[in-house]
Design a protein around this ligand. Structure first.
Ligand code: DGL
Length: 261
């Protein structure tokens, strides 16, 4: 039985790529909700509805577990989804905890969607770490659109980032948390706006590890070979076109990781 992943679009591939690396003995179904992207600019009620439909679809495809590869959907809907569905559900949330631990309460900037920033889940997480005074939040919704156009580094991308950082002092931050799965595709270009040594931290590997642990604990690990099937809502792009795009993105993520290590 495969593992289901869902996101509003291509952002969740950054989590899938980690899962393929550390759990290669599984098959995957990746659900891209292109009909409803961007989640980060919808209401919580709308997002909860999209998330329910995604999990229903993945369950009906026979998935044995589901990963919400989207910070926005996790912040709005993870509790409700866990109550509603009996299959194991793993969410992703902005990696503020590792950032606080790694930087010892120095200043941190969290980039996320407007919904993730507004919702109480992230605020609760920051309060639980006693980090309200050292964590700044910044919504970067256009990065989602750039990502979907596969535009990762262009004058327009740089102008946008520069504009959003206008009121911030990048030198003040010791860590940048990427609190939206789409933003991982911009790691390299974002890094250019911060003087060394800013750490860029995201929750994708942590989420893949949690998934592996959960599969092991439940005794449901294995049985696949790293195959990925793609589903797209709204008919545009066609699943084959999305699969081709996803293949390019997964290759690019792998290259970026090799360069970083
Ligand atoms: N990739 C999603 C996230 O992690 C949401 C992007 C969007 O659709 O706004 O938050």
């Amino acid at each position: 039985m495969p593992i289901g992943f869902f996101d509003s679009g291509l952002g969740g591939l950054t989590v899938l790529e980690k899962a393929l690396r550390i759990i290669p003995d599984e098959d995957y179904v990746y659900y891209a909700d292109e009909a409803n992207i961007p989640y980060g600019e919808k209401t919580p009620e709308q997002i909860a509805q999209y998330a329910r439909e995604a999990v229903e679809c993945l369950r009906d495809r026979g998935c044995k577990a589901v990963v919400i590869a989207c910070n926005t959907a996790t912040s709005v809907a993870v509790e409700e989804l866990r109550q509603r569905f009996s299959l194991p559900i793993v969410g992703i949330e902005p990696a503020v905890k590792p950032a606080v631990e790694q930087t010892g309460h120095r200043r941190i900037l969290v980039m996320a969607t407007p919904v993730t920033i507004r919702e109480s889940r992230l605020k609760g997480l920051i309060a639980s770490l006693d980090a309200e005074d050292t964590v700044d939040l910044l919504a970067m919704p256009e990065l989602v659109r750039f990502c979907e156009r596969e535009e990762y580094d262009s004058p327009a991308v740089r102008d946008y980032i520069r504009g959003r950082l206008r009121d911030k002092d990048p030198a003040a931050y010791s860590a940048l948390v990427l609190g939206c799965t789409h933003f991982n595709h911009f790691r390299a270009v974002l890094g250019d706006f911060f003087p060394e040594p800013v750490r860029i931290i995201d929750g994708s590997m942590g989420t893949a590890r949690r998934l592996r642990k959960l599969l092991e604990q439940r005794g449901i690990r294995g049985g696949g070979s790293g195959r990925v099937e793609y589903l797209v809502t709204g008919g545009e792009p066609a699943p084959e076109a999305l699969a081709a795009r996803a293949g390019r993105l997964l290759d690019r993520l792998k290259r970026m990781e090799k360069e970083e290590s």
